[in-house]
Write a protein that binds this ligand. Structure first.
Ligand SMILES: [Zn+2]
Length: 279
């Protein structure tokens, strides 16, 4: 048998094949309201530890600057704890993958500003970004594969050391699939699923009662073996819907486990993705 072909196959789409279906929770941590957000980090740390809930925090550079002492204390508290994962969400909430997006130079400068803020405050640069939604850059494309410009944006992230970003590819389900970007020249990069933004199902109540909705979504997807992702925002939970006990956050974790999901951080998935590519 041709071992080179086997090696190539192992690096194909879906190299990350966990034994159990994954449930990834993230907070896009982007509020610049210092006073309003007081107490958030302490609460989320305590809830995560007492319930053993792994979560990734995709932090926006400008929020880190505005709430620097809070972010520093948070990082100091959680550093080395596998339940926590700190990644990036751009400096000023710039959009990747838009038809009328900013130039590569502008995007690169924005991300570089954010990554160097991470380096200054946390002592390390991120390896992951979660895509930002904008309302000013025209239509969102179907994926990084859509245009030369969007391919160049993925190349830019790779060049800046990013190894995981949303699954954003026209051939794949961004809500449920982990992928690699080998067909765009980046087998080293993992795409992670992203869905269920709390601005829709919690704050907007777009699907009726939030608890009933999310419980039914988890029960629907679990038997299908589909990975699931939940996207919270620090200020949506803490300020906008005033859930200062983080009850919804605890609830989704509980219900996911009851339905057979394995909860993981994004970097926890990436580490296994990388391992499986080596094997
Ligand atoms: Zn955001």
């Amino acid at each position: 048998m041709n071992t080179a072909a086997l090696g190539a196959a192992a690096i194909g789409f879906g190299a990350f094949k966990p034994e159990k279906h994954q449930f990834i929770i993230r907070f896009d941590t982007e509020s610049r309201r210092r006073e309003g957000m007081k107490g958030f980090f302490e609460k989320v740390v305590s809830v995560q530890r007492s319930n053993e809930i792994p979560v990734s925090f995709f932090c926006q550079g400008s929020a880190i600057v505005k709430r620097e002492s809070e972010f520093r204390a948070f990082h100091q508290e959680i550093n080395g704890d596998q339940l926590f994962d700190i990644q990036d969400h751009s400096y000023s909430h710039v959009g990747l993958g838009y038809a009328e997006g900013k130039s590569i130079e502008v995007l690169r400068a924005d991300y570089e500003n954010s990554f160097s803020t991470h380096e200054r405050v946390f002592g390390s640069r991120p390896i992951g970004v979660s895509l930002c939604g904008t309302k000013v850059d025209g239509d969102h494309l179907s994926g990084f594969d859509a245009t030369d410009k969007s391919r160049a944006e993925l190349d830019m992230l790779a060049d800046m050391g990013i190894r995981m970003v949303n699954t954003f590819h026209s051939a794949h389900d961004s809500n449920h699939e982990f992928i690699d970007y080998s067909d765009l020249g980046h087998p080293e990069m993992m795409g992670f699923p992203s869905a269920n933004s709390d601005n829709g199902w919690v704050r907007g109540r777009n699907f009726g009662d939030p608890v009933e909705y999310i419980v039914s979504e988890i029960r629907k997807n679990a038997p299908l073996g589909k990975h699931m992702a939940i996207m919270f925002h620090d200020d949506t939970e803490w300020i906008d819907v005033d859930d200062k006990e983080l009850d919804l956050f605890k609830l989704v974790a509980d219900v996911a486990r009851e339905n057979g999901y394995e909860l993981s951080t994004h970097v926890g998935c990436y580490d296994r993705f990388k391992q499986q590519q080596v094997e």
